[in-house]
Design a protein around this ligand. Structure first.
Ligand code: SF4
Length: 250
């Protein structure tokens, strides 16, 4: 499920090569970053977590299910899943084969079923059925990486945290908040460059922008409210200009 470091690097460089951005590109200045954050706030406000849950452990498992899967699909799956397994103990006692069928449409269902059932058992065995809030304890749970742990810390414990998923990784690079490629380093850059009070909001704002406008393959820059201050767009425009000059001179 997780991309190797080299795969992450090549994916990023492909994306940035297209726009002429390399790892030494200039980070957006503090004024530009401020303006970007202000516009994101004006446009999206404080978005809510898009995964449905009633209990903290339900959000944890929904987040594990959401790897390589849309939140809308996860919500369809968990609506039935948590009726069938209403208590954490029910998940812990589930058979892997049956659970796999219950979550099949989330993709990577064997791995996810094994992780979720083991995680439920760990929570009962080691934490009396409660979620820990500590990042190291959370990431020691089966199937829980930093991204999932930070989702839980943000939404369950209201501890300001930066969640680096595929959208946050792409958008933070395009907008000049980081030149890093590894999620942990991106997390550090965002923590450095975004005021703590805005960490939760900017996560969800980047994710919404990434889903609606700044898509991976075809960012809709022509309809984007950040087009005039986006380094990716500027670099892409320059690249196009160069190419058309070359054509004209040929
Ligand atoms: S201008 Fe284009 S590249 Fe920049 S954030 Fe908007 S959609 Fe993404």
């Amino acid at each position: 499920m997780n991309l190797t470091k080299s795969a992450v690097k090549s994916q990023k460089s492909e994306d940035e090569k297209k726009a002429g951005i390399d790892s030494g590109a200039k980070i957006a200045g503090s004024g530009t970053r401020k303006e970007i954050m202000q516009r994101l706030q004006n446009h999206y406000g404080s978005p809510e977590c898009s995964l449905d849950y009633n209990e903290p452990w339900q959000l944890l498992f929904a987040t594990i299910l959401s790897a390589q899967c849309t939140d809308a699909r996860v919500n369809m799956i968990t609506e039935k899943l948590y009726k069938k397994y209403p208590k954490l103990e029910d998940v812990a006692a589930a058979s892997v084969e049956e659970f796999e069928q219950d979550i099949k449409s989330a993709g990577f269902y064997h791995m996810k079923a094994v992780h979720i059932i083991e995680c439920a058992n760990q929570l009962i065995r080691e934490y009396k059925g409660e979620l820990p809030s500590d990042i190291d304890e959370l990431t020691s749970l089966s199937g829980v990486g930093r991204k999932t742990a930070n989702v839980v810390r943000t939404h369950i414990f209201h501890i300001p945290s930066v969640v680096v998923d595929t959208h946050v990784k792409r958008i933070s690079g395009r907008l000049g908040f980081t030149n890093e490629t590894e999620p942990e380093k991106i997390e550090q850059d965002l923590m450095k460059r975004v005021p703590k009070a805005q960490w939760s909001d900017i996560n969800l704002q980047f994710i919404t922008l990434g889903r609606e406008i700044c898509k991976s393959q075809h960012p809709a820059c022509e309809m984007c409210f950040l087009a005039d201050i986006c380094r990716y767009k500027k670099a892409a425009d320059k690249g196009k200009e160069k190419q058309s000059k070359k054509k004209n001179n040929a």
